[in-house]
Design a protein around this ligand. Structure first.
Ligand SMILES: Cc1ncc(COP(=O)(O)O)c(C=O)c1O
Length: 399
């Protein structure tokens, strides 16, 4: 049967990363392509004890329909945590539980943007968000992401040069895919631009807590006096992504609309996983768990950076993330990283070419994303060595 696919979804291709995962199923393949948290850090025993307890003692609460906005004690616990740690949450704000941070991005777009409206995005940016925007027929305009964040002057220029710029999507801290962090000056500058133009800022912060040295910068939402910032957060990278529990904090006038949109989508986030998150926060020390994650990722990132220094050819540039899960490399020399990916896969190592994260995914780029979160030191070093051998050979052939 030939299906006639909606215009809305025709332009959205399956994630390149999901395609690459097909290779990653082979145990001999070293995958630097994923973005998964380290599974050995999932608190499985604790979650198992909570789940047994919930299903034995609170079966109705765990299994019955819940309210769309989310389980109230979890919402309250998150409001408190965000207020204490991030200075987020004014009288006029509310917080909703989402089925992952991804749903917060999706529903915000659904509620605020019309087909043909423009959304500004850091370029490169998170594929899941880019595809969510595409699925609503929204036009994407990329602002080049530099070390230290996008230049607010370029944002203002893009607003002047494009009609109907409604919003900008940003990942200010430990960006996916670049691993970079926006400076305080640029955060303030970007918020000022948003204020001048009534620009909505979708601030996505799933990695903020994964800071290697404990330092952190104020979120855009903490500066938000005007109700312009929609803040998306998640338990995916600080507890477990399979729970599918995220959250969104925004002005009440907007969260009321987003709650209605959620009713047409999944009605509410599963009660059982919301309760698991809530009870984990109540019974255990999530900050101790996050501390373990930080130490693990800081170590693996360091191992990868040292291996890159040792094995990658001179002239290859790369970011040095202060947290999160990713390093971004630029091979330069006019190379097309996407064309090298199959050769790398033949050598049993996979990465995601930078083109996957661009507004125009067809344009060749010499950039690529590397992930270090799930592997042993030995596999990280071996993976980088295999890539280094390939890049050295390809560059030598070019000369
Ligand atoms: C920048 C960014 N935002 C959002 C998400 C989605 O996370 P969630 O599992 O909370 O939907 C991811 C997942 O990798 C991400 O990298």
């Amino acid at each position: 049967m030939e299906y006639s696919i909606s215009n809305r979804m025709k332009a959205v291709k399956g994630s390149a990363i999901r395609e690459i995962f097909k290779y990653a199923a082979d145990p001999e393949v070293i995958s630097l392509a994923g973005g998964n948290p380290a599974p050995e850090l999932f608190p499985a025993a604790e979650l198992s004890a909570i789940a047994a307890d919930l299903l034995t003692h609170q079966p109705t609460l765990s299994l019955q329909y819940g309210i769309t906005e989310g389980y109230t004690p979890l919402r309250d616990a998150l409001k408190k945590r965000l207020a204490e740690r991030e200075g987020i949450g004014r009288e006029s704000d509310d917080l909703l539980i989402m089925s992952g941070g991804q749903q917060g991005i999706d529903l915000t777009t659904k509620v605020l943007l019309n087909e043909g409206d423009v959304i500004l995005v850091e370029e490169p940016s998170f594929i899941g968000a880019l595809n969510a925007f595409r699925s609503y027929g929204v036009k994407l305009v990329g602002i080049p992401l530099e070390e230290g964040g996008v230049d607010p002057r370029k944002v203002e220029k893009a607003i002047a040069e494009n009609e109907n710029v409604k919003a900008m999507y940003v990942i200010p801290t430990f960006q996916n895919p670049m691993g970079t962090t926006m400076t305080l000056e640029k955060r303030k500058g970007l918020y000022e631009v948003a204020k001048r133009h009534g620009l909505i800022l979708i601030e996505d912060n799933p990695y903020g807590e994964l800071t290697f040295d404990g330092s952190k910068l104020p979120t855009l939402k903490s500066m938000d006096t005007e109700g312009l910032v929609v803040y998306c957060g998640s338990f995916s990278k600080i507890l477990a992504p399979g729970l599918r529990v995220g959250f969104l904090c925004a002005d009440k006038a907007l969260t009321a609309r987003i709650a209605v949109a959620k009713q047409t989508s999944d009605v509410h986030t599963p009660m059982l996983t919301q309760l698991l998150c809530y009870e984990f926060l109540r019974r255990y020390d999530i900050d101790a768990l996050i501390e373990k994650m930080r130490a693990t990722y800081a170590h693996r990132c360091d191992v990868m950076l040292r291996a890159i220094e040792q094995y990658f050819p001179k002239g290859v540039t790369y970011t040095r993330p202060g947290g999160g899960l990713f390093i971004w490399c630029d091979l330069g020399h006019g190379l097309d990283a996407a064309a090298l990916a199959p050769q790398a896969a033949a050598n049993k190592v996979v990465f995601v070419p930078g083109s996957a994260f661009m507004v125009d995914g067809e344009r060749p780029t010499s950039t690529l994303r590397l992930n270090y979160s799930t592997m042993s030191d030995e596999r990280i070093v071996e993976g980088i060595k295999r890539l280094g051998d390939l890049f050295t050979r390809v560059l030598a052939e070019q000369e």
